[in-house]
Design a protein around this ligand. Structure first.
Ligand SMILES: Nc1ncnc2c1ncn2[C@@H]1O[C@H](COP(=O)(O)OP(=O)(O)OP(=O)(O)O)[C@@H](O)[C@H]1O
Ligand SMILES: [Mg+2]
Length: 266
């Protein structure tokens, strides 16, 4: 990779008691890339996201974002630095409208200068600006026509789009998406692929965790594959698809048994 990476996972390890969730994970993401992090259930993907976004302290190693160590930053500080995420389980404000969800997200992120908060005319101008930005974001994710509906009344797939809108409300330079198309049908997934590309074209680097392999193969510039917390392959989609270690992880006994166990556990 020629340019300095926007994100570097630098030999990160995470242990939960005796369980090694991630071991010596090392990879870079370059600015403007769409990279996918794949692997069977329990491979450590969400744990990796939790380390990157400050929800978990790694037992070993460190994460660099735009050349800065994230180790000492709290989740909201990391979000302010421009690294946003969506969550594997949807978390929208169900009793608020779709529009208000995004507006709340914008308010939370954009702490206006004191004068803008206390001078009424300035406060109104600031509010108008945020409302216009909320409409833009809803347009971008394809939820403009649902703006006035309660977020909790939307279909599961659409609620995931609200999660993306909330992440975009922090005006990120990099976006981590944790299984964004789970619960979406094939045509919704296609729309989502176009959305990811559009967001990237607006200058947002993407790191995607997803089990939908056709979607991952279609959208990714590069793929990083984990199994039992370890990096087992890294490369272009065509190389990953043909990689014996990746095939073994997904189809081999260990991977299949783990997936089954996770399904049983719910
Ligand atoms: N807070 C925790 N405490 C203890 N163990 C945990 C915790 N979080 C995750 N684990 C374990 O760490 C391992 C990695 O889990 P993780 O959620 O990162 O996997 P994943 O790759 O995101 O899986 P999935 O595809 O099912 O979402 C699993 O064995 C999981 O049970
Ligand atoms: Mg996960």
């Amino acid at each position: 990779m020629s340019a300095a990476p926007i994100l570097r996972i630098d030999h990160v390890g995470v242990r939960f008691g005796g369980l090694v969730a991630i071991a010596d994970l090392h990879f870079d993401v370059a600015e403007g890339e769409i990279v996918s992090l794949i692997g069977p259930n329990g491979a450590g993907k969400t744990t990796a996201f939790n380390v990157m976004t400050g929800f978990l302290k790694p037992s070993q190693g460190r994460v660099l974002f735009k050349g800065e160590y994230l180790s000492r930053l709290k989740p909201h500080e990391i979000s302010r630095a421009g690294l946003a995420r969506t969550f594997q389980r949807t978390s929208v404000f169900a009793a608020d409208t779709v529009f208000d969800n995004v507006l709340i997200g914008l308010h939370r992120h954009a702490e206006p200068p004191l004068l803008d908060r206390v001078v009424p005319a300035r406060r109104r101008a600031d509010e108008a600006r945020l409302r216009a930005r909320a409409r833009e974001i809803l347009e971008l994710v394809g939820l403009a026509s649902r703006a006035d509906e309660l977020a909790g009344s939307l279909a599961y797939g659409e609620q995931r789009l609200v999660g993306v809108a909330l992440a975009l409300a922090t005006e990120p330079t990099m976006l981590l998406l944790d299984e964004p198309v789970s619960g979406m049908n094939a045509s919704e997934t296609q729309v989502f692929v176009r959305l990811i590309r559009r967001v990237r074209d607006e200058g947002v680097t993407i790191l995607l965790v997803e089990h939908d392999m056709p979607m991952v193969m279609e959208v990714s510039d590069r793929i990083v594959c984990l199994n039992y917390g370890r990096l087992i392959a890294e490369g272009a989609p065509a190389a990953i698809r043909a990689d014996p270690a990746v095939i073994e992880a997904y189809l081999g006994k260990g991977g299949a048994a783990r997936e089954l166990a996770a399904e049983v556990q719910g």
